[in-house]
Design a protein around this ligand. Structure first.
Ligand code: PXP
Length: 251
């Protein structure tokens, strides 16, 4: 069986971080999004945080109007964000934790503790025509809870894996990658679309691309950092090439 295509969602939050460091309008995250799409991104992700530390409301509106590829609106599961998302009407919304009380001990959304709150929340987004994903730890319990909540998509948190690699903890990294592999298989088995993201770089994107159940990677910080040296278009093209290389070894 050949693996399905692997989409690249480029997260432009940290273009806005640089802009906000000085105030004013530059660099423009929408310009970055357009350039990323031209270079091969399949979609754009942006996180409207409650504290608006990077992306602002008008950025989200402009992204929705100006980009030709799907917009993935990352948001906390709050009434205010729900209201904004239903007005912006992005292609997709990814629910992420922002406060300590919203996350599991490891960092994904607390889909078990907050199950009864999240179920009607997800339903409202779905009825508004938004495809919902839940950003969760790569654990079987979290996958099962996500399905019970009614989300069609999960995004597996790759932070612990990437961090272990960065720290040179190879046994831990192997264990974490094993959890991702098992969680992705379970998600596909029970009919959930599986995405992944957080902390990915060329090497980790290449490796995770070999898991055929994962159909989308969302990558931001590393690409914006690389863009300082090679330019954003080259960074996106190189990421696309790394993902394609990894996908060729999918099994
Ligand atoms: N996916 C989700 C749900 C995220 O919250 C983030 C970080 O904003 C990312 C992907 C991208 O992570 P990074 O910026 O480390 O590539």
């Amino acid at each position: 069986m050949t693996a399905p295509p692997l989409r690249l969602g480029v997260n432009v939050d940290h273009v806005a971080t640089v802009r906000n460091a000085r105030g004013g309008a530059l660099p423009d995250p929408v310009r970055a999004a357009l350039l990323a799409i031209e270079a091969g991104a399949d979609g754009i992700t942006a996180h409207l945080r409650e504290d608006r530390r990077h992306i602002r409301d008008e950025d989200m509106q402009r992204l929705r109007r100006e980009i030709s590829k799907p917009l993935n609106f990352e948001m906390a599961a709050t009434a205010q964000m729900l209201d904004i998302a239903l007005r912006v009407k992005p292609h997709a919304a990814c629910l992420v934790p922002e406060k300590r009380t919203e996350r599991t001990t490891e960092g994904g959304l607390d889909v078990i503790g907050a199950h009864d709150y999240l179920r009607p929340f997800v339903d409202q987004l779905r009825r508004g025509g938004v495809r919902v994903s839940l950003f969760i730890e790569p654990s079987l319990d979290a996958i099962d809870a996500a399905r019970s909540i009614g989300a069609p998509v999960v995004e597996l948190h790759t932070g612990a894996w990437c961090h272990a690699i960065e720290e040179g903890e190879s046994d831990k990294a192997d264990r974490e990658f094993g959890r991702i592999r098992v969680a992705a298989a379970r998600a596909a088995e029970i009919g959930l679309e599986c995405h992944a993201g957080h902390g990915l770089d060329f090497a980790t994107a290449r490796k995770i691309a070999s898991l055929p159940q994962i159909v989308e990677l969302n990558i931001g910080h590393f690409l914006v950092g690389e863009a300082i040296f090679s330019g954003l278009a080259a960074a996106v093209r190189d990421m696309r090439a790394a993902m394609d290389e990894g996908r060729a070894h999918a099994r």
